[in-house]
Design a protein around this ligand. Structure first.
Ligand SMILES: [Zn+2]
Length: 270
């Protein structure tokens, strides 16, 4: 009896040690997947959702604080958990000089406009429909160049501003911008910072965004197909040159959109 109890303690300690060693570290904005057989639900931070293509997907917000994050999933009614460590904010500072200072030091009227726009946009993050996409998503440009600067802490004309929550892809003015997946046009508009923009809802809380367009080809409420042209590259809003700012929120979390296009950087849990 005594011997078997001791054995149990030894096994538990070994299991704990293995868990700690296996606890992966992820940057804020990361995407984590935990595949397996018979998963019925997934959960994190009080939120629960259905698995997608046989796996749980966890979006770690760009502004998630450093620390431990507990991931859950239900298999045959039993809850299983894993932990990942969110790393300290690893992204560099990016200095940007704008000729037009009025898009950095906002007038009272512009501040009020930005407040109204943010409220409108913020309403999109709670949308939860049936998933209408699969990963990887379709690239939003036919020829997708190197993109990036995701997460960079931005300093405009010497003033610190929000970190960059999308990826910027340089492209010529007028290049076709395509829907990354089937979805509904959740919002379009001409916004102070984002310029002419399209927000697509793909279900399961996934929203993709296309900013600084020269032209918007779709109307709010329309259904679009994966790969359909939804607008054209431009430099409307706060932009220093023609490019596509492509961004995504998944269940509210700002994730690096490049991970949705080429999931090589997705962290897989076993
Ligand atoms: Zn951008």
């Amino acid at each position: 009896m005594r011997q078997s109890l001791l054995l149990t303690v030894v096994v538990s300690l070994t299991a704990l040690g293995a868990l700690a060693a296996a606890q992966p570290e992820v940057p804020p904005g990361a995407l984590v997947t935990w595949p397996g057989e018979g998963i019925t639900r997934c959960g994190m931070s009080g939120d629960k959702w259905d698995p997608l293509a046989g796996a749980c997907w966890y979006a770690v917000d760009l502004l998630a604080p450093a620390g431990t994050l507990e991931l859950g999933r239900w298999v045959g009614g039993a809850l299983e958990t894993r932990r990942v460590r969110v790393a300290e904010y690893p992204y560099p500072v990016q200095h940007i000089q704008l000729a037009d200072d009025s898009r950095v030091e906002l007038s009272a009227a512009d501040l009020a406009r930005v407040g109204r726009e943010n409220a409108l946009i913020g309403g999109l993050w709670s949308r939860r429909g049936e998933a209408r996409f699969r990963l990887p998503l379709t690239a939003p440009l036919e020829r997708l160049p190197e993109g990036g600067r995701f997460g960079a802490r931005r300093v405009f004309n010497g003033q610190p501003r929000s970190p960059h929550s999308g990826a910027d892809y340089g492209a010529p003015n007028g290049a076709a911008v395509r829907a990354a997946a089937d979805g509904e046009v959740a919002l379009t508009g001409d916004f102070f910072f984002a310029g002419r923009s399209v927000f697509l809802d793909h279900g399961d809380g996934l929203v993709t965004m296309y900013f600084h367009l020269s032209r918007v080809d779709v109307e709010q409420g329309a259904q679009v197909d994966r790969g359909q042209t939804i607008g054209a590259v431009g430099q409307s809003g706060r932009a220093t040159g023609p490019h596509l700012h492509f961004a995504a929120r998944w269940r509210g979390a700002r994730v690096d959109p490049a991970l949705l296009l080429a999931p090589a950087g997705v962290v897989e849990i076993r």
